[in-house]
Write a protein that binds this ligand. Structure first.
Ligand code: GLN
Length: 481
């Protein structure tokens, strides 16, 4: 069942949250060793929240998500629960407070099952950089689930959690959603509070949802979105009723088909599945307009200057002094810093910190960081021009379906190219969603929709229209059906 279906069943008394929660805890027990999707499971706490939710429902005070279980990416701080960020550096960090996202979803009555595995500090596209080991794709255990929200994606795809949170700095919600057959929503930058979300690249990071359907994504977004005085980049605009907005007609919708997304590098059958979905929209009455965003091909190199620069600054707080991993018996302060960071961070994180420090250093700042910021403005302008012509942009989410574990780990550039279609939306701060649109040799493929700032309501409605016409989002990996 989807989260929405579970919520309806709970409110109508078909089952209790205690029953539903126990069911998911049993599924986790049975399958997590195979998938490695959860880093931490909190059964007692979950059962206690479930009983509270049942009492709320019994009083007639339940909302659409009351009593529905969920999993949080291990990047969100959870009071009293390990928040590892997939890193040895934080493998002993028990957060002293809840992230705003966690707090709001708990206030909506949702039951936290546990924390999901992820690429270390959200740096990766395959969930292979985690200190806790790789996550396996439920559709094929020899393949990656995508990253960095790979644990959340695998958990929902295998139905060991009905829905999960994720974060998206360059594609980390949409890319794993595409590779595991889920709906993944990255909201507009500033739509969801980053308070208590461990920072990777602050100008790009945004929290969102990995779900079985657009309806679920709409429900969870409505509960987690909105202004938060504790995040200075949170934007004070009203949160529409995303669910009420679903069900609009596609007649007259203008869809921009991004030419740059259908070029070299796009695997043929993936392209065909995406084209078939576009035809589906045409059949629903939408108009397709092919258009070009000429600076978009620069998004990967731009991102890989901006994101490492910001991460090198953000991760300087992990110094072995205040919290996190500390080396044994340091000789002096410099030794403490060096060895704590050397031992605490994995190879990919170190690569990013070194790149970021380099591009920010005197003499190179103008040539790299400042230049990247200028290109970022050009990419932004490309999107603005496109949205003067069309309502929504569409294309593939990823160039290929899920690849084999180990296939790209030794080649960072090839790995970085996985995000070629997703990074643009982050650089421009735009909302984007991936929905399943086919299977290629038994592996899911995603259709990506990108909208103007704060157009989540329309984006969700457009994505939902496809899910009324297709059943790709209903497919469950055979091993977990
Ligand atoms: N794959 C990209 C990276 O490695 C994006 C990760 C993300 O969105 N968190 O940086």
């Amino acid at each position: 069942m989807t989260a929405a279906e579970l919520g309806r069943g709970l409110r109508s008394g078909r089952f209790s949250s205690a029953e539903v929660t126990r069911h998911f805890l049993e599924r986790i027990d049975h399958s997590n060793a195979r998938l490695n999707a959860f880093v931490t499971v909190v059964p007692e706490r979950a059962m206690a929240s479930a009983r509270r939710a049942d009492a709320t429902i019994a009083r007639g005070e339940g909302g659409p998500l009351t009593g529905v279980p969920l999993a949080h990416k291990d990047i969100f701080c959870t009071d009293g629960v390990l928040t590892s960020c997939g890193s040895r550096m934080l493998s002993n960090f028990v957060a002293p407070y809840d992230a705003t996202v966690v707090e709001r979803l708990a206030a909506a009555g949702m039951v936290m099952l546990g924390k999901t595995n992820m690429d270390e500090f959200a740096m990766g596209s395959s969930n292979e950089t985690s200190y806790f080991g790789p996550v396996r794709n439920p559709w094929d255990g020899t393949r990656v689930p995508g990253g960095s929200s790979g644990g959340s994606a695998a958990a929902v795809a295998a139905r060991i959690a009905p829905v999960a949170t994720g974060t998206d700095t360059g594609g980390s919600i949409r890319q794993p959603a595409a590779l595991t057959g889920l709906t993944g929503l990255k909201p507009t930058y500033g739509r969801v509070s980053r308070y208590g979300m461990v920072a990777f690249a602050s100008s790009l990071d945004q929290g969102g949802v990995l779900a079985q359907s657009v309806e679920d994504a709409a429900l969870v977004l409505a509960a987690m979105a909105g202004y938060d005085a504790r995040d200075s980049t949170s934007v004070d605009v009203p949160v529409p009723d995303y669910v009420a907005g679903l069900g609009q007609s596609m007649r007259g919708l203008r869809i921009g088909v991004i030419r740059e997304f259908f070029g070299e590098g796009l695997e043929e059958d993936t392209g065909l599945a995406v084209r078939a979905a576009l035809d589906g929209y045409r059949a629903m009455g939408a108009t397709l307009v092919e258009l070009s965003l000429p600076n978009l091909p620069l998004s990967v190199p731009t991102y890989y200057v901006v994101a490492p620069a910001e991460c090198s600054s953000n991760l300087s707080r992990f110094d072995g002094v205040r919290f996190g991993h500390r080396c044994r018996e340091p000789r002096d302060l410099t030794d403490l810093y060096k060895r704590s960071r050397g031992e605490g961070f994995g190879a990919e994180v170190k690569r990013r910190i070194m790149t970021g420090t380099y591009v920010l250093s005197a003499g190179y700042y103008d040539a790299y960081y400042l230049k990247a910021q200028k290109v970022r403005s050009l990419i932004n302008a490309d999107f603005r021009r496109a949205f003067a012509e069309v309502d929504v942009l569409m294309g593939p989410t990823t160039p290929t379906p899920a690849f084999a574990i180990g296939a790209k780990v030794d080649d960072p550039i090839t790995m970085y190219l996985n995000d070629i279609y997703t990074i643009g939306a982050n650089l421009a701060g735009l909302p984007a969603i991936s929905v399943p649109c086919g299977l290629v040799e038994g592996l899911p493929v995603g259709l990506q929709l990108i909208g103007p700032h704060f157009s989540e309501d329309r984006l969700l409605a457009v994505a939902h229209a496809w899910q009324r016409e297709s059943d790709w989002h209903r497919r469950v990996p055979p091993l977990f059906a």
